[in-house]
Ligand binder design. Structure first.
Ligand SMILES: CC(C)(COP(=O)(O)OP(=O)(O)OC[C@H]1O[C@@H](n2cnc3c(N)ncnc32)[C@H](O)[C@@H]1OP(=O)(O)O)[C@@H](O)C(=O)NCCC(=O)NCCS
Length: 182
């Protein structure tokens, strides 16, 4: 599903448009993902460089499949034409599970801490409700304080700890498992 444009102001006064990226935005989205995976790979599921050679046409196909889906969407943060943040809401597959979706998100470091994460997540929660999604879930590394703060401030409840879930740079790290019933 495509999410309509919503204009917000960050704490630093910057104006940002939140809306679904479309297939024509594939190159912009990849440029953003390359930055986030370079800056914050320890918070991600793949190493730095994961998106460096990702084909633009394949990304455009993925964006089209999100647009066509009934239980998944993306919301990107556009600073003019540049994508500086992205959130994915990945609906689960299976008749008994499709009311449930997983959230993942990331923002370019220079735009963190200005209220963008909260605005993106609150818009995603509102959009998920409108789509009839009943339950959101996510995981966050136990060391990721900005992420933990954001999810708790947006109403997510911690329901468990996934021991040694990630192995990064030679060390195991726990993840916290959060859910929100809409
Ligand atoms: C995690 C992330 C999405 C948070 O987004 P953000 O725009 O920085 O967060 P916001 O500015 O909206 O802040 C949300 C809340 O968390 C708190 N917070 C943000 N950064 C914080 C920090 N470094 N330390 C403590 N609290 C913090 C804020 O106080 C805010 O609460 P408030 O509005 O009531 O004051 C962003 O930092 C990010 O993309 N990081 C890199 C990638 C990543 O970690 N993704 C998530 C993987 S699970």
């Amino acid at each position: 599903m495509l999410i309509n444009k919503k204009t917000i102001s960050l704490k630093n006064g910057l104006t940002i448009n939140l809306k679904s990226p479309e297939p024509k935005d594939a190159a912009q989205l990849l440029a953003h993902l390359q930055v986030v995976f370079r800056e914050s790979y320890r918070n991600m599921n793949h190493p730095s460089g994961h998106f460096d050679n990702f084909p633009v046409d394949k990304e455009a196909e993925i964006l089209q499949s999100f647009a066509d889906s009934q239980n998944q969407f993306m919301i990107s943060a556009f600073e003019r034409d540049r994508i500086i943040g992205n959130l994915g809401c990945f609906g689960k597959v299976g008749e008994f599970l499709k009311h449930s979706a997983h959230i993942g998100m990331g923002i370019n470091q220079e735009f963190c801490g200005a209220g963008l994460g909260k605005a993106m997540l609150n818009y995603a929660i509102e959009s998920a409700k409108t789509m009839g999604i009943h339950r959101l879930e996510l995981t966050v590394r136990a060391f990721n304080q900005p992420g933990i703060k954001l999810y708790e401030k947006c109403g997510f409840e911690k329901v468990g700890r996934l021991k040694d879930m990630a192995f990064i740079d030679g060390e195991f790290h726990d993840e916290l498992y959060y859910q929100l019933i809409l």
